[in-house]
Ligand binder design. Structure first.
Ligand code: PGA
Length: 270
């Protein structure tokens, strides 16, 4: 049934109605738990600052391990922004080993990835992610909400899986905040060194329409059409433009965000 509805939606969409006028693409660099030392982190970050000066119609959001967030003190360019890869969702009390959001707010953090599949694998549930999103939005930080199925099937179960992630992740979030969330479609099978392949253009377009449909059913079409939807999973300089041409509002880049040559090639590819 889900597949049928989606087929109708895709057929009904004659062209990319999302590309209207000026568009600034979001380039989210997810360093994960890399690099191994501060010297290397400093080196990559300094190169980002150089790249930032040349950027047109793009914005880099560097999501660094907590340990390296102090590098953000070097930020001068308005094209580079800082993000975290996680948020601890409690604010009151003592929590050995955790970083509270108030500590991050003092470091110019504007974005936070939540729901990444590697975090979900460590136990972050939809309910936990919902708490994170709620806290992030209250603190005027932009959540980069990762969603994506573990595998594809022929009867559309992957769609219901993503739908559940969205509905539970957004539970009780004030409607007025939804437009501030960036939705990152990251199929788990496309992420990291175990990836089978990147998604196809068609798979991304289908999912983008589906995400908007879920949001439209929940919050109305105006809000649904205003959110940004980006793609992540094995993005490289050869496929980045394919997703951008398929009207991705940006890209979430893991491996190739740590290799400056590859990262620069991606930035120059569209
Ligand atoms: P990848 O990672 O680009 O290395 O596949 C993407 C991600 O983890 O978000």
């Amino acid at each position: 049934m889900e597949l049928l509805v989606l087929g109708v939606l895709i057929l009904g969409k004659s062209q990319n109605s999302d590309i209207i006028g000026y568009m600034e693409h979001l380039i989210i660099a997810n360093w994960k738990s890399n690099p191994i030392n501060l010297k290397e982190a400093n080196n990559i970050f300094s190169n980002y600052l150089k790249l930032g000066k040349k950027l047109k119609n793009k914005k880099i959001i560097a999501c660094l391990p907590y340990l390296y967030l102090l590098l953000g003190e070097k930020l001068k360019s308005n094209k580079i922004f800082l993000g975290t890869q996680n948020i601890f969702p409690e604010t009151n009390g003592s929590f050995t080993g955790e970083i509270k959001i108030d500590m991050l707010k003092n470091l110019n953090i504007n974005y936070a990835i939540v729901g990444h599949s590697e975090r979900r694998k460590l136990g972050d549930s939809n309910e936990y992610i919902n708490k994170q999103i709620s806290l992030i939005l209250k603190n005027k930080i932009t959540p980069i909400f990762c969603i994506g199925e573990q595998k594809r099937d022929h009867d559309g179960k992957y769609l219901s899986f993503v739908k559940e992630q969205i509905i539970k992740g957004l539970n009780d979030i004030n409607k007025n905040y939804i437009k501030n969330i960036i939705f990152a479609y990251e199929p788990v099978w496309a992420i990291g060194s175990d990836a089978i392949r990147e998604a196809t253009k068609e798979e991304f377009i289908e999912m983008k329409i589906y995400i908007r449909k879920i949001l439209s059913d929940l919050y109305g079409s105006k809000i649904a059409s205003s959110v940004k939807i980006i793609y992540g999973g094995s993005v490289n300089s050869k496929n980045a433009k394919i997703f951008i041409d398929a009207s991705a509002d940006g890209l979430l880049i893991g491996r190739d965000s740590l290799n400056i040559k590859n990262f620069e090639s991606i930035l120059n590819s569209f």
